[in-house]
Write a protein that binds this ligand. Structure first.
Ligand code: IRN
Ligand code: FE2
Length: 634
């Protein structure tokens, strides 16, 4: 056991946090038209294409900068002032107050929260400022779904619309100015229809999308999870009893969002869960999720059978008051389903699921989460916490995929979705786990039907069990597929899965793998504009604009480091080859020369002459080419 930390080393924390903008990129903000929202993007500057037309200086053709979705928050904006000890500015505070349906609380009202605050021994673990706490006025419901269903477009919805519409707006702009061919620019099922604030509202109203945004987490930049929006990625962080402190976890948060995490879950199970979560929430521009059951179990010293509804309820209030945006609630693990797992190869692999199964068996009673579900909804709507209904019976091996236990639970999750929706509480549904490729699609089809299109949020799935150490790869393969079929958010898996607590580097590896999977799914779904990014990379590659290729890469640092490993010199950045094929075997270079040759020798164009003539002309050109010394590799 690590010894209990007694203070937070803020110097160490400030030193750890990575705050540089991405290479060649700047943060830009686009204003919404309705409620003064200011939505951040990353703009990647590109260099000119050099067109060589005969001797002399090449002609320069500019490449317009590319704007991409950016969830990294103020950390990548050099102009933003950040004080980690006080937390980020409350972007949404004014929006929340303007609605007039919340009241300010005198302080934490949960018994446990008050206990922590009253304990002087914990003062050195606290942040320099404590936030203003809010809750719905008696009888009010402050969930985005509630507003949406009453026809209200909130600033949160408008923010999401601007964010999600960026690709389409940019594509349209480019089509006008650049007259791009329609083929291959990301036209597809979703076409070029704008994502309007009204569209976001309607998706939230019908439960097909969620905007997790607790009124006590005003620091968050609103984002949507739903299958008509870009596919999102969640990263899990959090300490455990054996390793890591608050400094490391806050650093992991900032690091995770730098590499593209759209939401982060704090799965801490070790010491000081309450304080760790406070540091994470106050410094997070992305929604934060938790599994409240983990902390509840800590409170009863790991004895599942000692859990109770009042204790769990107090934990929910504690976390809702701190600002957690979504809760994993394993309410689908019903007493009757536990025996269905008896013949499984790997039983129950969900932590939350196994805790609930143990409680149900120990008391031989129906789950208190299932029985008190309406009361949980009352808490959720008082702060706008979104459900992430846990898949406590998900398969933990290829052998157990798509079995009776898994689908029995899924149907209960569907039933609970309707209960939550009666309260106008937002819901997403968690999914597997371990599933072989050929069974992946069935998971999405069944989920959409059983849960009335509530957003699906899956853990991978791993498509094989043989990959310890590389589970980020085998699960990203499953994730790309399940995302393509309609999963709205992908929970990352790191290389440490099944082996240990991920460190900083594992977090990055997991995220990169999942950003690739999510983007691949966006492409496959035909999200208009998604392919602009691919085209920009490919054009830079074909034109040997190395710097552009690096900065457009999903991980610019690694792309550049790998290139420079063999060709570190500055002049290699303009060379028309890399060390993989060398100067003589670069297919891109050869095909550029073929094009150039054809352009300068229009007579050899096959359709310009009769076939015999073409052959003669080609023969002549071949002789001429060889006579000039076959000098194409200059
Ligand atoms: C996502 C989909 N299915 C499970 N997850 C995530 O797994 C869930 O959101 C949480 O972050 C993590 C741990 O869940 P269990 O093991 O307690 O079910
Ligand atoms: Fe697993």
């Amino acid at each position: 056991m690590a010894k209990q930390p007694t203070h937070v080393d803020t110097d160490d924390l400030s030193r750890r946090i990575t705050r540089a903008p991405f290479p060649g990129s700047r943060k830009v903000y686009i204003d919404g038209a309705q409620s003064g929202v200011r939505v951040p993007f990353r703009e990647i500057a590109l260099t000119d294409t050099l067109v060589h037309e005969g001797p002399g200086e090449p002609r320069r053709e500019p490449n317009p900068p590319l704007r991409v979705y950016d969830a990294s928050g103020p950390y990548t904006d050099p102009d933003a002032r950040i004080d980690i000890t006080r937390g980020l500015l409350g972007l949404r505070t004014a929006w929340i107050d303007a609605r007039g349906d919340t009241e300010v609380l005198p302080g934490l009202t949960s018994a446990y929260g008050r206990e922590r605050l009253d304990d002087p021994a914990l003062s050195a673990l606290r942040m320099a400022a404590s936030p203003v706490l809010r809750r719905a006025k008696p009888g009010a419901n402050v969930s985005q779904m509630h507003y949406a269903r009453r026809g209200i477009v909130t600033p949160e919805m408008e923010f999401v619309a601007v964010r999600e519409n960026l690709l389409k707006a940019q594509l349209r702009e480019r089509l006008l100015t650049e007259r791009l061919p329609k083929r291959g620019h990301g036209f597809g099922a979703t076409m070029l229809q704008d994502i309007t604030p009204e569209f976001v509202r309607s998706e939230v109203a019908r439960g097909r999308a969620v905007i997790p945004c607790n009124v006590n987490h005003p620091e968050s930049e609103p984002m949507a999870i739903g299958r008509n929006f870009l596919v999102k990625v969640n990263a899990n962080i959090g300490n455990s009893a054996v390793t890591s402190g608050i400094e490391e976890e806050v650093d992991k948060l900032v690091w995770a969002i730098r590499w593209g995490a759209d939401t982060v879950m704090d799965l801490s199970t070790g010491d000081n869960i309450h304080e760790t979560r406070e540091w994470i929430l106050r410094n997070s521009p992305v929604p934060i999720g938790t599994v409240p059951l983990y902390q509840a179990l800590e409170k009863v010293h790991g004895k599942a059978e000692e859990l109770s509804w009042p204790l769990f309820r107090d934990t929910l209030i504690e976390q809702a008051e701190q600002g957690v945006d979504y809760f994993t609630i394993h309410a689908g693990v019903r007493l009757a389903y536990v025996p269905l797992t008896a013949n499984r190869l790997t039983g129950i692999v969900s932590r939350g699921g196994s805790i609930m199964a143990k409680w149900c068996l120990a008391h031989h009673r129906e789950s208190f989460l299932y029985e008190h579900f309406d009361e949980i909804c009352e808490i959720m709507k008082a702060y706008d916490v979104c459900y992430s209904l846990g898949d406590g019976l998900r398969p933990g091996s290829i052998a157990d995929a798509n079995d009776e236990a898994q689908f029995a639970e899924l149907h209960t999750l569907g039933e609970l979705t309707q209960v939550a929706w009666k309260h106008d509480v937002q819901v997403m549904i968690e999914g597997p786990g371990h599933v072989p490729l050929q069974l992946v699609k069935e998971n999405v089809d069944k989920q959409l039907e059983a849960c009335f299109e509530a957003p699906f949020y899956t853990l991978g799935p791993l498509i094989t069990d043989i990959s310890p150490g590389y589970d980020h790869i085998s699960s990203a393969m499953g994730a790309a597929n399940i995302g393509w079929y309609g999963t709205a958010m992908l929970c990352y898996v790191t290389p440490k899965e099944h082996l240990g607590l991920p460190n900083r580097d594992d977090v990055k590896q997991g995220l990169i793998a999942y950003k690739i999977a999510a983007h691949a799914a966006d492409l496959a779904k035909g999200f208009a504009g998604a392919q602009m990014w691919d085209n920009a990379v490919s054009k830079a590659r074909f034109e040997f604009r190395w710097e552009d290729q690096f900065r457009l890469a999903i991980d610019p640092d690694t792309a550049m480091a790998y290139h420079d490993e063999t060709l570190p010199k500055e002049n290699a950045k303009v060379a028309h080859f890399c060390s993989m094929c060398g100067p003589k075997f670069c297919s891109m270079k050869i095909s550029q020369e073929v094009r150039e040759f054809a352009r300068l020798n229009p007579a050899v164009k096959p359709d310009a002459l009769p076939v015999v003539e073409v052959h003669r002309a080609l023969g002549e050109k071949a002789v001429e080419f060889r006579e000039r010394g076959s000098e194409i590799y200059l």
